[in-house]
Design a protein around this ligand. Structure first.
Ligand SMILES: [Zn+2]
Ligand SMILES: [Zn+2]
Length: 73
């Protein structure tokens, strides 16, 4: 996955669920968003697996379809 900084559009250094912009010195969290409505997804953890659920009527979203968005702190 590659993300650009929302501030300066430079590529972010991604580590797990976190991203960092070298030039702005800002940290971001990668938030799971629905690919249909772009709203944050509810994270459901069950039996070691993680599912993502859209509360706006799009139901379960498979990990592959999740739209990851860098969110500043
Ligand atoms: Zn930046
Ligand atoms: Zn949705």
């Amino acid at each position: 996955m590659e993300f650009n900084c929302p501030g300066c559009q430079k590529p972010l250094a991604v580590e797990g669920q976190h991203a960092h912009c070298e030039s702005c010195q800002r940290d971001f969290s990668l938030e799971a968003r629905c690919p249909e409505c772009h709203k944050p997804l509810q994270v459901l953890k069950a039996c070691g697996a993680v599912d993502y659920f859209c509360q706006n009527g799009h139901g379960l979203i498979s990990r592959k379809r999740v739209e990851w968005t860098p969110v500043g702190h």
